[in-house]
Design a protein around this ligand. Structure first.
Ligand SMILES: [Mn+2]
Length: 330
């Protein structure tokens, strides 16, 4: 596909391609609570490197959530193991992470790798790599990895599925944050690679476990609105998870539901973990939720972002976030 990228992107791709061609032992990783963009980008890159006969491993702190298991090669993706600390990687490629804390325990492995490549599209990025290819204009890392794979060789159907899944996931079905390139890439993947777009959308967005539904039923009872009915809050405390034997992956889609309510501008979901509370926020665009997440060490995009509060209760976190959103009461 013929697309003109900005010079800076071209330069970064060239630098990365050089390293990928010249080194042999690669680790690919992404953030904790893996998402569709992270995992799709990882596998597409893995396949590109495999075609160059490189030794590659994908290892993440967390397991792949069940909704991404349909992706080709998802079985080769490994989970961090304290006892099996793999070494001797020459290069680590980190996708979809604004800072190195985002990879969680994988930091223990990555810290010993001499060369880091940081590929990301988040607004705030700490440029922790030896090469940092950061451009928040891309819809997803999948889009960036598409250009990278395209430079490395011919994109095959398996890669196409992963890349399409990345883009579809991060744009929330082509709703948010499309780039100038998104539709050209999508057209190319659909027509030239003949991927099954319906199946991918089904798996990512329209198929949920019974556990997830049961959890949602409980969470619905916690629904609260601000006085102007512009902001909507939902809570998933630890005992809900326990009650229906669900995991955090079963909350996929909850926060999107909040902003699907007519008149709601911002949706906030509080998920209680063992060691604190994860906040996920979605905005229809007027409120910049990235700004709020960043204040508390998180990040993301204007319309979708998150942050984590260690050792705090849901109630404490709720009041902190409500204070942050106070000014939006118009
Ligand atoms: Mn992303």
């Amino acid at each position: 596909m013929e697309v003109k990228l900005l010079q800076n992107d071209e330069d970064k791709i060239e630098k990365i391609v050089n390293v990928l061609r010249n080194k042999n032992l690669f680790l690919i990783t992404s953030h904790i609570n893996l998402d569709g963009d992270g995992i799709g980008s990882e596998i597409a890159l893995y396949l590109a490197l495999k075609k160059l006969n490189k030794k590659v491993k994908i290892i993440n702190q967390d397991k792949i959530p069940y909704i991404f298991k349909f992706l080709p090669y998802s079985r080769i993706v490994e989970v961090f193991n304290e006892k099996k600390k793999v070494s001797n990687f020459e290069v680590a490629i980190i996708v979809d992470c604004g800072n190195l804390e985002r990879i969680g325990k994988m930091k223990e492995i990555v810290e010993n790798i001499p060369f880091l490549i940081n590929i990301d599209h988040h607004l705030s990025n700490f440029e922790f790599g030896d090469i940092n290819w950061i451009n928040p204009h891309f819809s997803s890392c999948g889009e960036m990895v598409y250009f990278l794979c395209d430079k490395l060789g011919k994109i095959d159907k398996k890669q196409a599925i992963c890349l399409y899944a990345s883009i579809l996931y991060d744009t929330c079905c082509f709703v948010h944050h499309l780039s100038l390139y998104t539709m050209d890439i999508v057209k190319y993947l659909l027509i030239n690679k003949k991927i099954d777009a319906e199946k991918i959308a089904q798996k990512l967005f329209f198929e949920r476990s019974i556990k997830s539904l049961n959890l949602f039923k409980l969470a619905l009872d916690t629904l609260k609105f601000d006085k102007n009915k512009k902001i909507c809050f939902m809570k998933v405390p630890k005992d809900f998870f326990k009650k229906v034997k669900a995991k955090e992956e079963d909350t996929e889609g909850f926060v999107e539901f909040l902003v699907s309510i007519k008149g709601i501008e911002v949706g906030v979901l509080f998920k209680e973990r063992e060691n604190g509370v994860k906040v996920s926020m979605r905005s229809k665009g007027i409120v910049d939720v990235e700004n709020i997440a960043r204040k508390f060490g998180g990040g993301g995009h204007r319309e979708a972002s998150g942050c984590f509060f260690e050792n705090k209760s849901i109630e404490e976190v709720e009041s902190i976030i409500k204070k942050e959103l106070k000014w939006t009461e118009y």
